[in-house]
Each structure stands twice: as C-alpha cells, then as structure tokens.
Write a new protein. Structure first.
Length: 461
C-alpha cells in the first residue's frame, strides 16, 4: 500500500482515537473500582471466607452485635480488624464496628480493662467479652459463642489418680485443649475426691481421662450415681491400662476393650515411623453431629485400643470413629518388624469411639415431644487431645465438637478451627536448583536470544 499524506494522517488519527478511547476505558474502570469491589479467596482452606458454620452461628444471634476496637490510628492495625468484621457484616447487617484510639481516652481504657493496642470488646444483649490477640474468624467466632451462652457449661475433669491435667503443660497433659474450651465459653474445673466424695451438682460434663491408680469404692459410687442421675460423660481409655476399679461403670454401657494395641501400616505413607499412631480419615467417621464436617480432616490417635459396646435397651449407640480395614489390633510386643498374625491379632476395621444417648425422663407418660437426652462418649485413646498431639490434623476440632455435643450446645458444634496451612512454602533442594537456574540463566538467555533473532530478521527485511 502506497503511503501518502492522507493515509499517514488517517493512521495518526486512528492511533490518537485509540489512545483517547483507551484512556477513557481505563478511567471508567478506575471509577467503577471505587464503587464496586470483587474479592476472591485463593487460600487452601478458604480462611478469608466466612465459613458456613459461622453463618449458622450468626443466624442464631437475633439481636444486634456491637464491636468496639481499641486500636491506635494505624492502618496496619485497624485494616485487618475492619476486613474481618466486614465479612460478618455482609451476612448480619446489624453488626456495628467502632474504633477508639486508646491513647486519647486513658480513663475509659482503664475502666474497660484494655490491656493491648488492638483489643476488641464484643457486646451482645447484656453480655460482653474481650479479644486480646490478632483477630481471626476463629477468635471472633469463639467470642460470639461466649457472649451467646446465657450460662457457662461447667466441665469437670477427674484428678487425683494420675490423670492428665487440664491445667499443667507437660506433653501428656490437656491444658491446650482446656484453654480452647475456656475460649469457647466453657468453665473448666478439676475434681479431686480427696476433698469430698461429691460431684458438683451443676456439672454439665464429667471427663475421666485414663486414671493410672485405683479408684476407691466411694469414688466409684459417686461416679455411678452421677451417671444414673443423667450426667453426661466423656471417658477416655488407653490400651494396657486397667480400668482402675471403673468396671461397674463400664458395665452400664456394655463396654468392652479389645486385646492389644491398634497398629496401621498406612502411617508410613504419612511419614510416621510409629505404626501405633492410628490415622482416621473420611471413611472412618460415623454419621453423627460430632463428626459432621470432619471428613476433610485427618485425625491422629497415638496409641488406641479397639472398643465394643453392647448397651442396655435404653441406650442408643453410634460409632464415631473406626480404623482403616488394613489396621489390626496387635497383641504382641511393638518391637522390630510388626506383622499381622491371624492366630492372635484382631483384624480391622476396629471401632475407636462411640457416642451413646438415652432419654433422661423416666416417666414416659409425662415425657415432652423431645425429651432431654443423656449423652456419653467413649474413646479408646486419650493422647489425641494431649498437648503433644492436639494440634495435629482435626484433633482439636474433634475434641471441641465432642464437648459441645456433650454439653448439649448443638448450635456450636460445627464451628471449625481454621488454620493457615498455606502460610509457608517448602521446596526440595532439586526444586530450588531448578528454579534458580530457570530465573538466573534460562529465562535471561531466552530473552537475549529472542531479541537477537528479531533484530537479525528486521535487518534482513
């Protein structure tokens, strides 16, 4: 095509018009971005998206919620709080957020007991609670649960017989789990029968976690009486440790323990060298409110025993947890190479935990349509909630769900504990070498080569 002044002018006009239209489009997009926003959560477990369980919790809170954030005028401090609360406000419009600079109101800070910059106070009805750490959906959901409970469920841990403690911090103790329960609005207490053979009348759940010493007849009688009167119970058992006199309690549920310790060869696939650490995955969870939503998680049980229950007619049992079919109960010593012996070992799948319920009312003619239920959970393992293991997989979620169900707080069972599993990137040494070579040598060489080829082609044209 012959280039003339006219075609040259037309080309310039087209280019100018294109640039003008491009600037207009960019300006319109920029203007629209100030009016509307689109957010996408690409994290592995959608930790920046309000979970369905949190939405369910908000649906239960009919009254307005007020959140006061005592945070200094620092965008890095206030923005995460605002972003988190906005996720809740999109689902519940009567949540209000107010920022207060604590350095401008020292008297109010002292009166409200504010301890850290960025502390939140959540108000609901006539109750309030504080969040004194970096807020997340989990912390805010826990705070909402605390203010939603009209009364704190009292959880009593039996002590005095070598049980793991809810207040001590050794690896085998239960203090991390107990602290989470406190954060969720439970009141955690310890019970030592040495100070009196009586279980507090307002106990919502009694926890018996593998006594190592024999219980006295009076202690066993007090526990039996508590159960006979409809008390809820979480009983954690271990292999190779006797019931320490609690056989009459086991008879109430028809509870029997399988011989040996459960082993699972699939633990090698998880990088675990101890076959006595039993994993439970999606196929191992029973159909029950306690296990609902746990299908995506792996729970680990360091040394478990198989259970069987044959309860009286009044009880209704549900299998909560069971092993993989390839697992078995090893009756020999856990030394050297462990192999299944069909003559002495017990082939899986084996049941690890049961939930039992029965009506509390004794007079069926006066029972309401939905009589209150006595709730029992029996678990053939206790270390899964210990300080050493509670942070693995879904162990903590499972422990909290168990307690919510036993305390009859069914509304709160499904609130998940979200963790940022994608906060770090781990690369093998070969991958690091490949990426280093790619960005330091291959890509620069490719760009230089491409530039030279284009230059040579244009020179020949």
């Amino acid at each position: 095509m012959q280039v003339t002044k006219r075609t040259h002018l037309q080309a310039r006009l087209q280019n100018t018009l294109f640039l003008v239209l491009l600037v207009i489009v960019i300006g319109l997009i920029a203007w629209l971005s100030t009016r509307y926003e689109i957010k996408a959560d690409w994290t592995v477990n959608n930790r920046h998206t309000l979970s369905e369980a949190s939405k369910k919790l908000l649906d239960e809170l009919s009254d307005p919620i007020t959140i006061t954030a005592y945070a200094s005028n620092d965008n890095d401090l206030r923005k995460p709080i605002k972003d988190l609360v906005e996720r809740y406000q999109r689902h519940k419009s009567d949540i209000s957020l107010h920022f207060v600079d604590p350095f401008t109101v020292p008297a109010e800070v002292q009166e409200r007991g504010i301890q850290v910059d960025g502390e939140l106070i959540i108000y609901y009805q006539e109750r309030s609670t504080h969040i004194r750490q970096t807020p997340s959906e989990q912390e805010l959901a826990s705070a909402l649960q605390r203010v939603a409970r009209t009364e704190k469920p009292i959880i009593v841990f039996l002590e005095g017989h070598g049980e793991p403690s809810p207040t001590d911090f050794a690896d085998h103790d239960l203090s991390k789990w107990a602290q989470v329960l406190k954060d969720r609005g439970f009141e955690v207490q310890s019970l030592n029968f040495g100070k009196g053979l009586e279980i507090p009348y307002d106990t919502q759940v009694l926890v018996i976690a593998t006594p190592r010493k024999q219980l006295l007849p009076g202690e066993i009688a007090a526990i039996s009486d508590y159960i006979d009167k409809g008390g809820n119970l979480l009983w954690l058992l271990e292999p190779n440790i006797s019931l320490q006199g609690l056989e009459p309690v086991a008879e109430k549920f028809g509870l029997m323990r399988r011989a040996g310790v459960i082993v699972d060869p699939s633990t090698q696939l998880l990088g675990l060298n101890n076959p006595a650490i039993v994993p439970v995955t999606s196929t191992g969870y029973g159909y029950h409110p306690v296990t609902s939503g746990l299908e995506q998680y792996l729970t680990l049980f360091p040394q478990a025993v198989g259970l069987a229950v044959v309860p009286p007619e009044a009880w209704e049992e549900t299998i909560l947890l069971k092993t993989h079919p390839q697992a078995w109960s090893e009756t020999g010593e856990l030394k050297g190479t462990i192999k299944y012996d069909e003559d002495s070992d017990i082939q899986g799948p084996l049941n690890i935990a049961f939930a039992l319920i029965r009506d509390k009312s004794g007079d069926k003619e006066e029972e309401p349509d939905t009589p209150p239920k006595q709730r029992i959970i029996l678990v053939g393992e206790s270390d899964f909630l210990s300080n050493a293991f509670v942070g693995y997989g879904g162990n903590l979620d499972l422990g909290v769900k168990m307690m919510n169900w036993l305390a009859e707080d069914d509304t709160f069972i499904d609130i998940p504990i979200k963790t940022g599993v994608d906060l770090s990137l781990e690369l093998s040494s070969n991958t690091v070498i490949f990426l280093g070579g790619l960005f330091l040598f291959i890509l620069p060489f490719s760009l230089v080569t491409t530039g030279i080829l284009i230059w040579l082609r244009r020179r020949k044209a």
